[in-house]
Design a protein around this ligand. Sequence first.
Ligand code: M6R
Length: 632
Amino acid sequence: MCGIVAYVGNRRVAPLLIEGLKRLEYRGYDSAGLAVVNGDGIQVMRSVGRVSVLEQQLAEHGIDDGNGHFAGTLGIAHTRWATHGAPTEVNAHPHTGRTACGHTLAVVHNGIIENYAALRTYLQGQGHEFTSETDTEVLSKLIAQLYEGDLKAAVQAALREVSGAYAIAAICGNEPHTVICARKGSPLIIGIGDRSYIVASDASAIVAHTTQVITLDDYQVARLCAGPVDKKDPVGGPWAEEFQTTTIDNIPVSQQVRALEFDLQKIELGGYSHYMLKEIMEQPDALRNCLRGRLDPRENRVVLGGLDRFTRELVRAKRYVFTAQGTAFHAGLIGQYLIEDMAKIPARCEYASEFRYRNPIIEDDTVIVAVSQSGETADTLAALAEAKDRGALALGVVNVVGSSIARETDVGTYLHVGPEIGVASTKAFVGQVAVMTLMALFLGKRRYMSAQLVSDYLAELEQIPRHIARVLEQSDHIRTCVDRYVDRDNWLFLGRWYNYPVALEGALKLKEISYIHAEGMPAAEMKHGPIALIDEGMPVVFVATRGSQYDKVMSNIEEVRARGGRVIAVATEGDTDISRYADSVFEIPPVSDALAPLLTVIPLQLVAYHAAVLRGLDVDKPRNLAKSVTVE
Ligand code: M6R
């Protein structure tokens, strides 16, 4: 949800900021902008649309013409996902403010300033004129209002006045070698480079420059300076760098520098036309990485080092509450089934946004499980905090190492599926389900599961990456089938038990990237109303694997066929019965009910992908969406 890049150092900043924005564009892409300190002033450029538009605009204004346009080595940049105000040039960041002593400053901001309306009124009373509808402009004017020659002090003072969430970077024409950044509730990472600092809202914009990073915590402010010691010899003379972190109340905090474990290659397209396709296709390897070192079939056990500290509490817990949003919520539903089925502990899964505000009852010995790819989803973080306040033990199932949820939980398990760039989550879902399967086996073995059953599941799990690779071979066949229905505007996705959340996920994938209206539901629910939608030719996708629910699902298939619907079935290899009833069949290798979602979701990801491509849509940047939703 919006991306920030800021740099101070010895390199020309504008191209570097553009490159960083491109890496962050998946976080938001309705407008973009940058500000560069150049001489005594700040040059700002903003544009509507993708970062490439901004890049083009900069080129037209002669950034490389040697005339000094945008020539500085200190700057900030932003790619936006609109919250306050439409995606227009005036609403795009950076926003500027003018100090009483006549200096200009510029600010980029992720998050939401909740009390912006009152602050705006106050600032208007002080003579500030606003040009945008954004909460960020309020922040930039507030910092300007409080500026008395020290940008860090002004930022701290301003942040003490605001409520809401923020990650910000600010620069001032009067301090040409300094970036100030701060965060509360929205991620911000500082990279320590050679004679430079680079700040970004996620690691993908940093990793090309340095692997040494600091992650800011809430209410922390950093002052980053890099520049020549001798102003008369800015190029050849000695150079000084300094970083300093404090709280917004100016209490010094010491920071640990850590090494980024992030492979640049993993965030490149690597020959694929879209990140989504790349991430779908790399799922066999992603899952191998996720399972590596965690299955020990010889000892018949699951190794989850991240749970060690509270194993006893986790095994004796009376209830598990999964909480998440979107795709992670669907994975959480499967987590609920797994914990009840394998560990025999009561479990439920709730939308984090609902859980937080419904005054939930948390009984003693409850474990709250926050499931999130990014580890930054605002709703999930808020639900986690609520449950912790009410005494729950917090467990994280997270992909991004060092993210807020990872840091806010008592115990946790990372997915280890690598960075996910595509806005439509794919490999993270498979990783989440795999990790929760491991957790359920980990607990089940310590409770009621027989050694034989654990051993059978471990053996099956080991084969899943290979099975996924086999399912992926059907990509062309799936595309041909989707081509037949891609003009239909309404689709249904149906499944039972473990395959019901997969049906929800199939529908979400289709609607978010192809803009086709799709609904997922339990197969049996169809006859309680939605069956009225079925008319001649309507595509209905059944997740109908051979398992305990098979016969019931077959009856539902008959009901659809009788009304003229077209049946697309995800079925078990060798199921000759289903091919008599379905118009198209996508096959998965035979597998237990509990492990089926790891395979049945794969054809549905490909259905959505091919539908979007066939409709000529931008798969990796679907309209109105952003990768990480850091506002409530
Ligand atoms: O980063 P998270 O897993 O917490 O994100 C949760 C949802 O915002 C996310 O899954 C969203 O629904 C995706 N666009 C689904 O593809």
